[in-house]
Design a protein around this ligand. Structure first.
Ligand code: FE2
Length: 326
């Protein structure tokens, strides 16, 4: 009698063996591909390496119509769907364009909630000065503040007066100088809306895009190390030269232009991501094109740091509470 009971010790029937022969390489390929994607997303490190601290730096949303609001949604969705969920977001100014200020600030605070990012740090750009009181009520009261994350010291400085160029008050300059001078044990990252004149960025050749009285900042940079200086305001596309620049005459500071979320002539929807791996004294900078959901250069750019990165959990000097230090 022929039994139709399957033999228990022969789980792979010919058809199943065929499936396995086809599927197994596919599964292995997928695993390799996924690992490769993860490796790319996390700064070229293998998956067993410590997870990097990821900073999403972006600026200049400035929608001129309700349709242009979609550009920011495109960027947010791209970040949401990316494997490299940032640990913090840095916004370099210019949320609004020219009207509906209160509505736009509320929209900015609301729409970003689609991301799981818990820490957002913003500065006011020149456009915020068209409604600075609403900005300070809805988005952030402080125009200048410091944030400590592990051994990274972020120094945020908003535009402090209306006008196309970035005006930073004498008081804020002295605050920044003091933080830089006393914070030399940290990896220091400065954020302003306009770029530093003399930085070497291509946008620094246009005076209207720069910080007024930049020379006083340059003098400090020659004496005290600032690792990275992030700015926006230019709306220049990432394919242009010198969108980031390591200036050895200014102590080796790497200046980074964030490009813009808003699309202008021959530009995409752009931002930058920084990956800092625990124990490593090299950060990786990547230019993100949110429209095409890819990086300009997948491997990114290596940024030498003054110290190996020590994350919060391994740092004795940082409490688990508020990271903001006035
Ligand atoms: Fe601007």
């Amino acid at each position: 009698m022929i039994s139709d009971i399957k033999k228990p010790n022969n789980p792979l029937q010919p058809i199943h063996r065929l499936k396995a022969a086809v599927l197994l390489p596919l599964v292995l390929l997928c695993a390799l591909f996924t690992d490769s994607m993860a490796t790319q997303a996390f700064g070229g490190e293998r998956s067993q390496a410590p997870k990097p601290f990821v900073v999403w730096a972006h600026s200049d949303i400035q929608p001129r119509s309700s349709q242009e609001k979609q550009n920011y949604l495109t960027a947010l969705r791209d970040i949401r769907d990316s494997m490299a969920t940032p640990d913090m977001a840095v916004f370099g100014g210019d949320i609004v364009q020219h009207s509906h200020f209160r509505e736009m600030f509320l929209w900015f605070m609301d729409v970003r909630k689609i991301l799981p990012i818990r820490e957002w740090y913003e500065i006011a750009g020149n456009h915020e000065w068209r409604a600075i009181n609403e900005y300070r009520t809805i988005v952030r009261r402080d125009l200048r503040y410091a944030v400590q994350k592990g051994n990274i010291l972020f120094l945020f400085m908003s535009n402090e007066e209306a006008g196309r160029r970035t005006h930073i008050s004498d008081d804020t300059f002295r605050w920044w100088e003091e933080k830089v001078r006393t914070g030399s044990g940290n990896i220091i990252i400065t954020v302003t809306h306009g770029n530093l004149e003399g930085s070497g960025l291509i946008s620094s050749s246009l005076e209207r895009l720069t910080v007024i009285n930049s020379e006083r900042f340059r003098k400090v940079l020659r004496r005290h190390r600032v690792d990275i200086w992030i700015s926006g305001h230019s709306h220049f596309p990432g394919w242009m030269p010198k969108m980031h620049y390591r200036n050895v005459d200014l102590g080796g500071t790497v200046f980074i232009d964030t490009g813009a979320i808003r699309r202008d002539f021959m530009t995409s929807i752009e931002s930058r991501l920084l990956f800092l791996t625990p124990g490593s004294d090299t950060a990786i900078l990547r230019y993100r094109d949110h429209l095409h959901r890819n990086y300009f250069t997948v491997s990114g750019y290596r940024i030498p740091l003054s110290h190996p990165f020590i994350p919060d959990s391994a740092s004795k000097s940082v409490s688990a509470g508020s990271a903001i230090v006035k």
